[in-house]
Design a protein around this ligand. Structure first.
Ligand code: ZN
Length: 224
């Protein structure tokens, strides 16, 4: 049996980087590659984090350029003239939401993967912290999996190791994989582009911090 080859959709943030290490554990480093997307996001620092992490690991990393996403979409991640909201509106996704982003990322990743003989796609999408992102839902990923297989007549399997984890569980997974420190220091989640612990003031920093504190509390309790 030939070994399965996996492609990780990597943004350089906490979630997708944790998925990268999960994939390495699952499929073996020699069978893992990663792709990132340059869609005109405000902070290229994210992709620099992704490139550095892959460079340190000697995992192949390629950046796919998709500026069209920026051209079509108006949101605070891609447009400097739209400020990042501190709190998300109650009945709508936050204004950092890029419509259809995961649909496009996974589709581009699938084309790349098939071209390189890879069947396993790995993404850090998560329904638990669902902030109104419809293309982070499990049902969407399952639907897209079927669609991609039909579209390309190929047997992709989309893996979503974080789908049912909350932020504290994601830190726990990083710890279990032995990479808590790397995730904490080398990834960028902050909407204001500050690596590691971030600016401390945006919704992404708030969620990351809250999850970390929650995990530390759980861990502390179980150590006693
Ligand atoms: Zn921040």
């Amino acid at each position: 049996m030939t070994e399965k080859k996996a492609l990780v959709v990597l943004s350089g943030g906490q979630d997708s980087t944790t998925c990268l290490f999960w994939a390495i554990g699952e499929f073996g480093k020699e069978n893992v590659a990663a792709v990132g997307f340059d869609y005109g996001q405000r902070h290229m620092a994210e992709l620099e984090c992704a490139a550095k992490i892959c460079g340190d690991l000697r995992v192949r990393f390629e950046v796919i350029s998709t500026p069209i996403i920026n051209e079509l979409s108006a949101n605070s991640l891609t447009r400097a003239d739209i400020p990042v909201e501190k709190e998300k509106p109650e009945d709508a996704p936050p204004n950092s939401f890029v419509e259809g982003r995961n649909l496009l990322f996974l589709s581009y990743a699938a084309i790349y993967a098939k071209t390189h003989g890879m069947t396993e796609l790995v993404t850090g999408v998560c329904e638990t912290d669902f902030s109104g992102y419809p293309d982070c839902r499990d049902i969407f990923v399952k639907s897209l999996n079927v669609t991609l297989n039909l579209a390309m007549d190929y047997r992709f399997v989309i893996h979503t190791p974080l789908m049912w984890l909350d932020k504290a569980d994601t830190w726990a997974l990083a710890d279990k994989l032995g990479v808590l420190d790397i995730i904490k220091k080398e990834t960028l989640t902050c909407y204001n582009g500050v690596k590691g612990d971030g600016c401390g003031d945006c919704p992404a920093c708030f969620l990351r911090r809250r999850g970390f504190d929650e995990y530390m509390k759980r861990k502390g309790n179980s150590d006693v």
